[in-house]
Structures are given as C-alpha cells and as structure tokens.
Write a new protein. Sequence first.
Length: 144
Amino acid sequence: MRLKLLMGTLAAGAFVIGTYSPPSVAAAPVPQGFSGHAESAVPGCPYLAWRLARAANGNITGITYYSDLSGVSMVHGQANPNGTFTMSLTSSMGKGPVGTVTGRRSANGTVEADLKGQGCANMHLTMQPLTDINHWTNAGGGAG
C-alpha cells in the first residue's frame, strides 16, 4: 500500500512540474560556418580574414576584413548543390575589400576560393569549416 501511495505521489508531482514548467524550446540550428585568412596576391598588402556562415538554403553571409583593420566588408553569396559558390564583397567600413569570390567546397569540407577585386582584394584562399560559428576554438584556414 505504501508503495502505491509513493508511486501516486511521484506521478502527481511529475504532472504538476510538467504542467507549470516553461515548454522546452529546441535551440535553432547553427548554420555551417567557415573561417580563414590569406595573404593578398598584391605585394605589400595586409592579410584578409574571413568569417562566413552558410544557411540551409545555401545563402552565404559574413564579414571579411584587412588584418591592419583598414577596412571591413560585408559578404553575400549563394552556394550551389554541386559545391560551387559565388560571393560578392561590399565595403562597409573604412576601405573594405571590394570584389567577387568564386570557389568550390572540397570533399574534406575545406573551401578553395579565389577573390578578384580592386587593389589588395586579390588572393587565393583556403577556408576551414567551423563546427560552431559562435566560437573561435576551431577557427582555421590560411593561404592555399
């Protein structure tokens, strides 16, 4: 009898807690990200650092900036199902890089890309995938 009473009390307690607790909300999935940096193909120019996110629909957004902080640009583009992509850079602060990026995602997940643009905004770049774009702990990349 005591066991039945104990089990009934536990079940009622669980019901009350479940009824008055806020509903659990699943965290929104973090888009797949990429990070990298590379030296300009133009001698004497600063490195360019990249921080990108790719949404499930293939939209690419992010920022890129010169290592000497002389300029920042917004990055917008589209990834295709076959692994190729194009992105455009629009200066948003200082003398941010301006140009067009074309590239391809390789079988191991890295991104190989070429930036063609004005002045220092010319380079070949390899970017590493980020497992969590909200943390720098797995940031990588560099000149290819």
